[in-house]
Design a protein around this ligand. Structure first.
Ligand code: R5P
Length: 296
């Protein structure tokens, strides 16, 4: 059996180390550098031939830099004879997994090609935006669910009384329904639409049974905060007592937090697939449990 090591990339240093610790695996000696002009450099400082490397690197902002570091490291490690498993807790570009409007590039397909060409043998991610996206990859892929960890956190830390769990749109409804089931709460689904040209979000008005309730809005990603904000406004308008936001990947771009706070969304909870102030839920155990099941 090949010797296994973990390489904690610069985007996921803490999570990578924690995964290594949980698996009882050593960290690989390597150096990532970014030059003043933004170019990246990678150096592996030990022999990796015949070894299996779990390369942990999320691809949040700066997205292309983190992605390039992942590809560069994977290429070098495989050139030197290692087998690379890309562990990408937040997989960027996963939302563009098809041509929604004519002429659009299928970005996730490009990522799949790039990873393969750069030597990635397997991909492990957390809650990919849509499971259909995994079909674009021509090597084994796994999407680990952070839902049980999120449910545990909400149950243990937030002490809600008979909350209602809401999905802002149809796309994320399976994940959110799983959250509601595991929590043992009522599940409701809103109908969000996004203008594919302007990006503006609106939620269709419909009667919701949320009067006096604490409402947990669950989504895979919070980026600008527009989706959760629109959902919160809809439920608060209909008499909900409180609106909370729970997501897997908290990107919180620009003034997203301010927008959510202005709409009285509180608290805001995300996992540490993207590190930051709101990353209260650790996915290291979920990742380690899955990685333990992989051979080599
Ligand atoms: C889209 O379908 C995703 O599931 C999220 O709802 C979306 O990415 C959130 O983006 P924003 O926070 O910018 O509304």
């Amino acid at each position: 059996m090949a010797e296994k090591l973990v390489l904690a990339g610069p985007a996921s240093e803490e999570l990578g180390r924690s995964v290594a610790e949980k698996l009882g695996l050593p960290l690989l000696g390597a150096e990532f550098k970014v030059f003043p002009d933004g170019e990246s450099k990678f150096t592996v400082t030990e022999k990796v031939s015949g070894k299996s490397i779990l390369l942990v690197q999320s691809t949040h902002a700066p997205v292309d830099q983190h992605l390039f570091q992942l590809l560069l490291a994977s290429h070098q490690l495989s050139e030197e004879g290692a087998k690379v498993t890309a562990v990408v807790p937040y997989l960027a570009y996963a939302r563009q997994d098809k041509e929604f409007l004519p002429g659009e590039g299928v970005t996730l397909g490009v990522i799949a090609h790039l990873m393969r060409s750069m030597g990635v043998r397997r991909l492990v991610t957390v809650d990919i935006h849509s499971a259909e996206g995994l079909a674009l990859f021509s090597f084994p892929t796994y999407s680990v669910s952070a839902v049980p960890s999120l449910v545990n956190y909400v149950k243990e830390k937030l002490e809600l009384k008979d909350p209602v769990v809401i999905s802002p749109d149809f796309g994320g409804s399976k994940r959110t329904e799983a959250f509601a089931q595991l929590y043992g709460a009522k599940f409701l689904q809103l109908s969000k639409t996004r203008d594919r040209t302007t990006g503006d979000v609106s939620v269709k008005e419909s009667k919701l049974e949320v009067e006096g309730k604490e409402v947990v809005i669950v989504d895979d990603i919070i980026s600008t905060g527009g989706t959760v904000r629109a959902a919160a406004e809809a439920v608060l308008k209909q008499g909900a007592r409180k609106a909370l936001a729970v997501c897997v990947h908290g990107l919180f771009v620009g003034d997203a937090i301010q927008r959510l706070e202005d709409a009285s969304v509180e608290p805001i909870v995300s996992t540490n697939t993207v590190p930051g102030k709101y990353s209260k839920v650790d996915v290291a155990d979920a990742l380690a449990s899955h990685l333990r099941t992989l051979e080599e």
